[in-house]
Write a protein that binds this ligand. Sequence first.
Ligand SMILES: Nc1nc2c(c(=O)[nH]1)N[C@H]1C(S)=C(S)[C@@H](COP(=O)(O)O)O[C@H]1N2
Ligand SMILES: [Mo]
Length: 263
Amino acid sequence: MKPTDLKEIKKPLTIEQKINRRNFISFGTFFALAGSAVAGWKWLLYAPEEKAGITAGTRAPLRRALNKSELFFRNLFSNNHLVKTYPKESAAENVRVNSLIGIENDTEFDNAKWTLNVKITPTDFLKISIEEIKALPKTEIIYDFKCVEGWDQIQHWAGVKLSDFLLHYKLDALAEKNYMGLETPNGEYYVGLERDSVLHPQTILAYEMNGKPITNDHGAPLRLIIPVKYGIKNIKRIGVMSFSDIRPRDYWAEQGYDYYSGL
Ligand SMILES: Nc1nc2c(c(=O)[nH]1)N[C@H]1C(S)=C(S)[C@@H](COP(=O)(O)O)O[C@H]1N2
Ligand SMILES: [Mo]
């Protein structure tokens, strides 16, 4: 550098020099950000893969983020996607009885002694009577019930919203688990349901059909009505409720039907 150049730098900056300086700052910022983006990408790229299970194939940190946003959006969307409902007059008077696994062969069953047994820990059960369930806010639904075998019928059911029931009994933290399992008292019929369907606003623990207590063949004293699913998931005569992060056993899934069985 010549001494004259040095003197020049001390002079106030010309417009051009100001522009150059700004360019230097913005390009610098750009490269710094790009650098951290690349570093972040590499971090994700070399992060361990998630453990294979119900889902697989992505990096563990990414799956954590996916799961978090999934929870949020699922609850958001599930409240907007409602199954079509009908006026009471459309409901069938003679409600079809389809299949009676876990009901017709349960000679031990005593309606008067029934309680819903909610599994809180591997050894502790919360026992809830039908009177306690009937004391909760009642909701009803008239909708088109669909069986995978090809028939459907507009039916009228009433009971407590499953999500209200879970909140009332402070089971909402347990219900954050991925699945709910439901079984008949004798354990012969059983279903597994993923959380968003469990928490769907039209999913109910039903104790009435056409305004009267549910009859034995339709699942007395308490059955599940889950309009976002085919009939197979609408378990009649619930005995045990449990929660888990892995899929609970499911009667028809074991026979090869779709586990999700959504509509
Ligand atoms: N316990 C029990 N629940 C059950 C079944 C069953 O066999 N046992 N069948 C399912 C099927 S395939 C259908 S279509 C509906 C039929 O309910 P409905 O008999 O009240 O019409 O119940 C579902 N829940
Ligand atoms: Mo069915």
